[in-house]
Design a protein around this ligand. Structure first.
Ligand code: PHE
Length: 445
């Protein structure tokens, strides 16, 4: 391969912001709060944190190790580190295919968010009666033109950032938008908690109820934490390859996991109190943010129309940003691959990805069975498969000294050095077993 000059992230903060940008997305907003509520509130959060510490964080670290050690795109990373083995080449192909499939349907959801942001700005929810407001989402989904054009617009915005490069596109964008995202979600949470009747939502989320914890809760917690941390999709391998050699990988990984969890909890505070204040049954998935939340804005609009419009615009703007930073990380996997493997110019590589994901996304936008099929295939099967391969690779194929070298920066980071035996044990034994267990439980529970 031609010796290309690789870009890198500026420093620790930039690394965490970019990785957190990938991690924080729709998973935090529409799945986490609902799962917490349904699986015992604070009790589930304890399980979630344990699963993250014991399994997801080691998987995350493994992806960053593969990325930084190989200093190459996700596809070639495996073959470089295994001196060209066929099997690992195939794993590399998987790590390019998965993010592209996800980007196709993720950007359809991004398109809905963008559409709802525009609709908030034109005060559509304020003008629509509460009983009618959920039909707005249905009409977008059933209207081919609106659905497709918003998807293409959303994907275009993400593509422009990726075409800008690692430093001046992705890093710059996440440095501005991630802090803004946290500010927005805090403002919305404060507002939501101040609504009359909001306390029911807070207790739905946080009242610990250990009796609701079942083996399924553990499988859900792990699956959610994988998805939320963008694991098994090549994204963290790719971002890991832009981390400088003197960066502390353990600190960057934990910083990302903490930001992701914090945001998920804040999203819970932003959404659930308002859902309960409006007297709606909580749910998960698109219905939560595209039906329940607009309902809230519509009911409050009779007394405070302008405030309602402003808060709804801020809310959907936050969702657009969260979805964009995630989608950007998905596109970057393919961009890095095309640029390095075929020596393409970045803008050309991104244009190709735009056509591919845009086209597949059009199918998802027009046919819900394709959308659901892609989601099922990626979230329940491919993601786990790749995560499994990642930990097997780091725990069993790479040399232990090389892994140690990466995690401890050649034994120069004291804490990482002390923790390494535990981390390595988790990567080698616990993480593969846990991934296998969730995989099996997806089919039998
Ligand atoms: N982590 C993102 C979320 O929570 C989803 C995602 C997965 C994004 C993989 C990028 C890569 O929504």
């Amino acid at each position: 391969m031609a010796a290309l000059k690789r870009e890198s992230f500026g420093g620790r903060v930039a690394v965490i912001l970019a990785m957190a940008g990938s991690a924080i997305g729709l998973g935090n907003i529409w799945r986490f709060p609902y799962m917490v509520g349904e699986h015992g509130g604070a009790a589930f959060i304890v399980v979630y944190v344990l699963c993250t510490l014991i399994v997801s964080l080691p998987v995350f670290l493994s992806e960053v190790v593969i990325g930084r050690r190989s200093r190459s795109n996700a596809s070639q990373a495996f073959s470089r580190l295994s001196s060209g083995s066929r099997f690992w080449k195939a794993a590399g192909v998987l790590s390019i295919a998965i993010p592209l499939i996800i980007a196709s349907y993720y950007s359809v959801i991004g398109g809905w968010s963008l559409d709802f942001f525009f609709k908030s700005c034109t005060m559509t929810f304020v003008k629509t009666a509460p009983t009618q407001v959920s039909s707005i989402f249905d009409s977008i989904v059933s209207s081919g033109f609106e659905n497709v054009s918003m998807h293409l617009l959303f994907l275009f915005l993400c593509a422009v950032i990726v075409a800008g490069g690692v430093r001046s596109g992705i890093e710059k964008f996440s440095k501005v938008t991630l802090p803004l995202l946290f500010i927005l979600i805090v403002v919305i949470a404060i507002y939501s908690i101040s609504l009359p009747g909001a306390s029911k939502g807070v207790s739905y989320l946080f009242k610990p109820d250990f009796s609701q914890l079942t083996p399924r809760s553990f499988a859900f917690a792990l699956g959610q934490s994988f998805y939320s941390l963008s694991l098994g999709m090549g994204a963290i391998i790719t971002y890991g390859s832009y981390v400088k050699k003197d960066e502390n990988l353990l600190a960057a990984s934990s910083g990302t996991a903490i930001s992701d969890l914090l945001f998920a909890i804040l999203a819970g505070f932003a959404i659930m109190p308002a859902v309960f204040a409006a007297g709606i049954e909580p749910g998960a998935g698109p219905g939560l943010i595209f039906k329940s939340v607009p309902y809230i804005f519509s009911t409050m609009s009779s007394s405070l129309p302008v405030l309602s419009a402003v808060i709804s615009a801020l809310f959907f703007f936050a969702i657009v940003i969260a979805a964009m930073t995630s989608c950007i990380s998905l596109l970057e996997v393919g961009a890095a691959f095309l640029v390095e493997k075929f020596s393409l110019k970045r803008p050309l590589a991104v244009a190709i990805l735009y056509l591919l994901c845009g086209g597949a996304g059009v199918l998802c936008a027009l046919k819900s069975s394709v959308f659901d099929g892609f989601d099922y295939l990626c979230s329940n099967i491919l993601l786990l498969l790749l995560a499994f391969l990642v930990v097997i690779f780091v725990g069993w194929v790479m040399k232990k000294e090389d892994v140690e070298d990466e995690v401890t920066n050649s034994r120069t980071i004291r804490q990482a050095d002390k923790l390494f035996p535990v981390i390595y044990f988790l990567i080698k034994w616990i993480a593969p077993a846990a991934v296998l267990l969730i995989f099996i439980s997806n089919f039998i529970l």
